[in-house]
Design a protein around this ligand. Sequence first.
Ligand SMILES: CC(C)(COP(=O)(O)OP(=O)(O)OC[C@H]1O[C@@H](n2cnc3c(N)ncnc32)[C@H](O)[C@@H]1OP(=O)(O)O)[C@@H](O)C(=O)NCCC(=O)NCCS
Length: 227
Amino acid sequence: MTLWWAMRKVRHQIALPEAPALRPTAPPGPSWRRLTGRIACHSRWAISLARNLLASRRLPVIQPATFREYRIGGLDPDDLPGIRVLHRNLRGRADMTLWRRWLYRLRGPSLLIVVKNRSGEAVGFEMFYFETSGARGGVIHAAFIGVAPQYRNVGIATAMHRLSIRHFSAAGLSAITARVREDHPVSLRSAKACSFRIAKTIPGRDGIATLELIRQLDSSCDRTPGQ
Ligand SMILES: CC(C)(COP(=O)(O)OP(=O)(O)OC[C@H]1O[C@@H](n2cnc3c(N)ncnc32)[C@H](O)[C@@H]1OP(=O)(O)O)[C@@H](O)C(=O)NCCC(=O)NCCS
C-alpha cells in the first residue's frame, strides 16, 4: 500500500514534456505577392532607366525659345521639385515615378520641356522617354503634357509640341509618338495641329478607345517656321 502510494506520488510529480507550440508558417499570401511584385516593378524601372540613359546619351540640350510672354526650354534639374508638384496637381495626385525622377534629374535638359511665366514659375511641361520598341529606331514617346489650369487655351501645349518637333528632329530622331484617349479632344486637337496622325486605335475596357499618334520627323521639321 505504501509502495503503491509512493509510486502514484512520483507519477504525478513527473512533468510531461509540453507539446511543442505550433508555429504559424507564413502562407504564400498577399505579403509575399506584394514583395515579389515590388521586386519585379523595381527591376522593370531599372531596365527602363538604363535603356533611356543609353538612348538619350547623345541628345542635345533643348534650345530655349519664347512664346508670347513665356519662356520655353529644357528642364533645369533644380526645377524638378516644382515640376513634381505640377505633375501631382495635373495627374490626379500621382507622383512622378522614381525612375523618371532619376531620368529627368540626369537628362531633363534634353528630355523634358518646361514653360515658365514672367516670374519664373513653371506653368506647363511635356515629358518624353524612349519606350522599349522605340529606343533603337529613334522613336521617342511623349509620356505626358500638362498646363496649369489658369494658363490653358492660349496655345502653350501647342507651343511645346512645336518645340519638341524642332528639337527631336534636329537631334536626328525619326518620330514622336503619343497616346491620347478618344474622350480628350483638347489633347487631340493640339497634337493634330502639329501634324500628328492616328496610327492605331486601341479599344478600351471602359468603352473609350486610346488613340496612338505619331509625328514623323525629317530634316525639314527643324527649319519649317512655326513648326
Ligand atoms: C491638354 C492640355 C495640355 C492642353 O493645353 P493648352 O495649353 O490649353 O492647349 P492649347 O492652348 O495649345 O490648345 C490646343 C487646342 O485645343 C483647343 N482648346 C484648348 N482648351 C480648350 C477648351 N477648354 N475647349 C475647347 N477647345 C480647347 C485650343 O483652341 C487649341 O485648338 P486650335 O489649335 O484649333 O485653336 C491641358 O488642357 C491640360 O493640361 N490638361 C490636363 C492634363 C492632360 O489631360 N494632359 C493630356 C494627357 S497626356
